[in-house]
Design a protein around this ligand. Structure first.
Ligand code: SAM
Length: 340
């Protein structure tokens, strides 16, 4: 589903008129954490190396999206992107891609544990933005949630990202009822103090253990009311295609975001598509269908042929996920296997 667009490029437009401008690429399904809301403690089966997209394959698909379809943003994720060997080389390759909308806006989501060692190199290689995940400021709780004793390294990694010049550094905090919902204000305070934007994420049904229940979701309204009671906030103008609703502190000390996937789905404004580490194309985090671009590439298909596959897939993008409906079917893959 394309139409002639800006300066001769095509645009990827889905059946509901949404323009696809953002590509999330999982570059590995491996991770050095085992967050309870994402991965199992033991027994995770990782892809063999030969089934993971090579840097050349990632670059090739990225070029198609950016050069052919004017995609503006690419976000690297996983698994944990920083465990992929030679990551700065990949960043360098991708940062050099320029489409009709200019150089690609290259971002990464990471758990931050090794950012002290990597931040400057990644920045120099052309990475523009980072989001770092941090769900709690309490060391035992951090261990309970991630099954790793890495809180100090993550906090230091956030400082390293700031020192390397990433601006803004955003923090992703998944809030789970009965686990870390007592830390909403503490996390907001951390953001104010360290001048980073904390984005509170509603817990989604993508945990590997399949334990997700609606009752564990702390919704946007509750998060906003909780913060507002201590630090008054007001909603900022409409988010556009970005997933976070933003709120600013009335005292001028920054802002927060809330990603209300479950209680206030924002599918109507979705401009995102995804590639898993094994080169499967997905049009929604919660889709059960995937389109196999890896086999197409390895069978020697041309860019034109692969582009046709991408267009056919985008033509199936649904109006929205069905988390709140009785006929919701969880994807067989968990968040770390899809790429959050
Ligand atoms: N390893 C990196 C990280 O920790 O940020 C990148 C991949 S991780 C899957 C991307 C984001 O998804 C993280 O912010 C993580 O907290 C979030 N996430 C994982 N499972 C989730 C779930 N079930 N519900 C909501 N967010 C989740």
């Amino acid at each position: 589903m394309t139409r002639g667009g800006h300066h001769g490029a095509q645009e990827l437009i889905d059946p509901f008129g949404r323009l696809i401008e953002d590509l999330r690429i999982s570059i590995t399904d491996r991770c050095n954490f085992r967050c309870t809301y994402c991965m199992p403690e033991e027994g995770m089966k990782f892809l063999p190396r030969s089934e993971v997209m090579s840097f050349e394959e990632i670059e090739r698909l990225s070029r198609i999206f950016v050069e052919r379809y004017g995609v503006r943003g690419i976000r690297l994720t996983g698994g944990e992107p920083t465990v992929r060997a030679h990551l700065p080389l990949l960043v360098e390759k991708l940062a050099a891609i320029e489409g009709v909308n200019g150089p690609v806006d290259l971002a990464m989501t990471t758990n931050g544990a090794t950012m002290r060692h990597l931040a400057q190199t990644l920045r120099d290689a052309g990475l523009r933005r980072v989001n770092i995940s941090l769900d709690t400021l309490d060391r035992p709780k951090f261990f309970e949630m991630t099954r790793r004793d890495e809180l100090d390294n993550v906090l230091d990694g956030i400082e390293a990202a700031k020192e390397a010049g990433f601006d803004p550094v955003k923090i992703n905090a998944v809030i789970e009822r009965g686990v870390n919902d007592d830390e909403i204000v503490a996390l907001a305070e951390y953001g104010r103090r360290r001048e980073v934007e904390v984005r509170f994420i509603e817990f989604m049904p993508l945990d590997a253990d399949g334990h997700w229940e609606n009752a564990q979701v702390v919704g946007q309204d509750e998060i906003v009311e909780t913060i507002n009671a201590t630090y008054p906030i007001e909603q900022m103008p409409a988010r556009g295609a970005a997933p976070a609703d933003r709120f600013r502190y009335l005292d001028g000390r920054g802002s927060i975001g809330v990603i209300p996937t479950v209680t206030k789905p924002f599918c109507g404004d979705c401009d995102r598509v995804r590639l898993t580490a094994e080169g499967q194309f997905r049009t929604c985090l919660f889709e059960t269908r995937e389109f196999d671009l890896m086999s197409a590439m390895r069978a020697g298909e041309s860019d034109d042929e692969i582009a046709r596959r991408i267009e056919a897939a985008v033509a199936t993008k649904w109006a929205g996920h069905r988390i709140n409906q009785v006929n919701f079917v969880r994807p067989a893959k968990s968040m770390s296997q899809i790429g959050g």
